[in-house]
Structures are given as C-alpha cells and as structure tokens.
Design a protein around this ligand. Structure first.
Ligand code: COI
Length: 361
C-alpha cells in the first residue's frame, strides 16, 4: 500500500478517559502508559487499513490468533525527549521504523509505510505531550509492535496483522542509573544462531534469552553477555543492548554478521567516536581477548548501548567463575562523555550535526 493511501483517523480520549499521571521521580521502566495509542490492521485484501489514534485500551484477541502459537511478533524501542522551552524531539525515528520493516521481512510479516507511520507517531506524541516527563534524564519510551492476529492453527505466515504503538514515561532502564553494571558471560545458552533471526527485533529472541538472564540475575548479575552460538568464543551482545570495549585507546564493537541487532544507539556511538578521532573497529572479538586485555591492563572500558539502556558502563564481567573488573568498577571517561553527548543531542542542547533529531509538533 502506498503511503499516501493510508488515512489516519483521530479519536481523542474524553476527559473522563484521561488517566492521572505518575510521580515523575519514580517512573521506573515500562510501568505506566499514556492516554492514546495508534493501531492499524492488515489483511491480504485491504492491505494496511483502519489506522487510528485512539484512547489506550485493552485488545480483544482470539485465542487462536497465530501470534500465540507461532510467535510472529516484532517490536521497536524509541524515545521522545523534552528539551528546553518544552520542545519535544524524537531520535532517529526513521531508522527504527526501517529496522522494523527489516524485522517484518524476516518474519514474513507485511511491510508498512514508514513515512505515514512516522507522521502518525508524531501526531500521537504531540497529543500525549503532557506525558513526556520533565524530570532530568526521564523520557517517553515508544513501543511500536506488530503481531499476527489471524485466527488459525497450522504453521504458515498469517494473513492478518495488528500494528500498534504505545508510549510510557520512563526513568532509567537499570535501577542503578548510570552506575556500572555487572555482566555474566553466558557460555552455555545461545541467543542467536547463524541464519537465525538474531539481527531483527523479534519478540521470540527475548523470550529465548530469559533463561540465561534469570540464571545470571540469581547470581547477582544485571545482564548476560552473549557469545556466538557455534564456538562460544566471540562476543555478540548484551541482553538489552549492544556492547563496546575501549582497549588500548581503540573503540571496538562486534561486527554485524547476521546474529547481532544493528542498534541505532550503536551506530550513533560509532559515529561520535569517529568524530572525536578515536580509532574505531567493528570486528570479531573473542572473550579470551577481553580476558587477556583485562589482565594486562589494556581493557580500559566496557559499555552497553541501546535505546532503553542508553549508555550503560560495565564494571565487571564474570566468565566461568573468573571475574574481570573494568576501570576499578567505576564508569570510564569515554562512557561518560558518550552518555552526556548523546543526552545533550537527544534533549536538544547540542548542535545536531548528523541530523538525528526530529521535532514533534
Ligand atoms: C530498547 O533498547 O529499546 C529495547 O527494546 C530493549 C528492551 C529489552 C527493553
């Protein structure tokens, strides 16, 4: 369906449907949802249709909906930021929507008109702008999602889908905030196999990661660092973010070889590090190399990057009961500089050299 053919209708929430807003200083992550949502449906005959911004409400979904049985579900994570003079910005939203269309292709789901959806998203965030937090560092997290809704059993791609966008005001993803996290290196379970779907944002990837994450939590670690599924040797990504290392002055992150999510924050960090003159490498990096760099003192920093987590410094890795402390367990200078710079760009306080910001309204 062509972008211009998709009409979006607006049903504003009535005054008695508006919710009371949560305490901005205790938002946590993903607990509260705004007054409106966006929905649209797809079927083979009509393509995308019934696009609506409407009051937030539960869905009625048939128990036979194919998403429950065969797992066709994809999503994205993006944020809106309130800058000075109450200007509201999105950060690289086109990149999230185009990645979602890549996810749709991989999962045999219909592609959607990105430009129209971005327009609808901007309209919805504008409508719910009172929900974009003012508290320092807090943001409005945006979750576009697509699920298979056709009621049928039997394994094949569904012929009906629901696309929706919901928003929630959030504080820091990790309760620790910008403090260094402790990460458990997983060498038994695997997140993604060559030829699998690890490079797209399929909900099932996250479900399959929970076992290792739960075991790591039980041992006192915040997240898992995944290794490649074939040799259990090369570093891939952390449960909710991409991973970077600063070794001997060089910024290194695992190359995208089909099993790692191509993060938008990852890409922004690569760009900023290059702008600042760091030597930057996207390449395979083994856990043995990290251990060796930890021992000989050249491992200066480790940090995760993601929309939800932003920049999250790593204070310690644990691999087969061996612990590697990084930078004495405190956040490094590069992690801090990246965190500050990205925030400054996202909140409209710094010149937007790469044209990453999109103004709402
Ligand atoms: C994001 O970073 O936005 C994500 O979708 C990660 C998710 C595990 C919260």
């Amino acid at each position: 369906m062509l972008d211009k053919e998709l009409e979006v209708t607006l049903q504003k929430a009535a005054t008695d449907q508006l919710k009371s807003k949560p305490d901005q200083d205790n938002l946590g992550f993903g607990q509260f949802f705004t007054d409106h949502m966006f929905t649209m449906r797809w079927d083979r005959r009509q393509g995308w249709h019934d696009a609506t911004i409407e009051p937030y409400r539960p869905f009625a979904v048939d128990p036979a909906a194919m998403v429950f049985h065969y797992g066709q579900a994809i999503f994205e994570g993006m944020k809106a930021y309130r800058g000075k003079d109450d200007q509201i910005f999105l950060f690289r939203p086109q990149d999230n929507l185009s990645r979602m269309n890549q996810s749709a292709l991989r999962m045999c789901m219909p592609r959607f008109p990105q430009d129209r959806i971005l327009q609808a998203l901007r309209a919805m965030v504008y409508l719910d702008q009172g929900w974009v937090p003012r508290a320092p560092g807090a943001t409005l997290y945006i979750r576009p999602t697509m699920i298979a809704t056709e009621s049928a059993l039997g394994l094949r791609a569904a012929e009906e889908y629901l696309f929706f966008i919901i928003c929630c005001p959030v504080g820091a993803y990790y309760a620790e905030g910008f403090s260094p996290t402790r990460i458990y290196v997983e060498d038994r379970y695997a997140r993604s196999i060559p030829g699998g779907a690890g490079n797209v944002k399929a909900a099932g990837n996250y479900a399959a990661s929970l076992k290792a994450q739960t075991l790591a939590h039980d041992k006192g670690y915040a997240q898992v660092l995944w290794l490649d599924a074939v040799e259990h040797k090369y570093v891939e990504e952390v449960g909710s973010s991409n991973i970077f290392f600063l070794i001997n002055g060089e910024v290194i992150t695992p190359s995208l070889e089909g099993s790692i999510l191509p993060g938008i924050t990852r890409d922004s960090v690569l760009q900023l590090a290059r702008d600042w003159g760091y030597p930057v490498k996207e390449r395979r990096i083994s856990i043995d190399e990290i251990l060796a760099a930890g021992k000989d003192g050249t491992l200066q920093e480790g940090f995760g990057t993601g929309t939800a987590a932003a920049i999250s410094p790593v204070g310690e890795f644990c691999y087969r009961e061996e612990r590697i402390q990084i930078n004495g367990g405190v956040a490094g200078a590069l992690s801090k500089r990246l965190y500050d710079e990205l925030q400054a760009i996202q909140f409209g306080e710094r010149e937007d050299l790469h044209k990453w910001r999109v103004r709402v309204g």
